[in-house]
Design a protein around this ligand. Structure first.
Ligand code: 5RP
Length: 225
């Protein structure tokens, strides 16, 4: 698949997500909006409906900037409370709708906003659907002073950790990417990595996976529940 084909699939699922939520929008609806190139297209597609809902909570400073540029009001999560819907992409998603996220380093805020949403709609091109998670390196956000310790603990779990040089998250932390291990039990691994001192969170979204997957394929957008 060329990158242009992939972009077209991302655009198609972004538009499908707008159609999906359109009838659910009320004047007081606050949406959760994720991060990444697919979500950027979703924000573009959502912009014409800006007057039909109250606004959105952003999962990254970049998403916040794009929402504002699209004329969509941005709310602080503490003011917004429970969100009706969260729309976000994924780096990988399996058939149980567990995901690896954080390729764009926004995993912690994404996980927080997703936790506050009644429904998680994942928008992804077909290349993201996998039998088993772990082909994509699993991001872990760490407190900077704990980076080497966390990396050593990850080696004990069988991963090959690589420090994502030059990246500082919106929360002021660093990212380690975990290579070389397919994940048998995503929930167990999510919990296990999060127990390690210095880990802020990891990019497995298994305990709170997606509820609906809009998957872009050459045959059209598949709506999978
Ligand atoms: C960012 C994410 C993104 O959702 C993920 O990286 C997918 O991005 P894209 O839509 O650009 O393929 O988790 O932290």
């Amino acid at each position: 698949m060329t990158s242009q084909d992939q972009s077209e699939l991302k655009r198609a699922v972004a538009q499908a997500a707008v159609q999906e939520i359109r009838s659910k929008l009320r004047r007081d609806t606050v949406l959760g909006v994720g991060s990444g190139s697919t979500v950027n297209l979703f924000i573009e597609a959502l912009a014409p409906l800006r007057d039909d809902f109250a606004g959105a909570v952003a999962s990254s400073t970049e998403t916040e900037r794009r929402l504002r540029a699209a004329g969509i009001e941005v709310f602080d999560l503490n003011q917004a409370g429970t969100l009706s819907v969260y729309v976000d992409g994924a780096d990988e998603i399996d058939h149980d709708f567990a995901m690896i996220k954080g390729g764009g380093a926004a995993l912690t805020r994404e996980k927080i906003v997703a936790a506050c949403a009644k429904e998680f709609i994942c928008i992804a091109d077909g290349s993201k659907l996998v039998r088993q998670l772990g082909g994509f390196p699993l991001p872990v956000e760490v407190i900077p002073m704990a980076r080497s310790y966390v990396a050593r603990e990850m080696v004990k779990l069988g991963f090959s950790p690589v420090y994502r040089q030059g990246v500082v998250t919106d929360n002021g932390h660093q990212i380690i990417d975990l290579f070389d291990q397919l994940i048998d039990d995503a929930r167990e691994m999510e919990t296990r990595i999060n127990q390690i001192a210095g880990v802020v969170t990891n990019g497995l979204f298994a305990h709170r996976g997606a509820d609906l997957l809009l998957l872009g394929t050459a045959e059209g957008v598949q709506r999978l529940i």
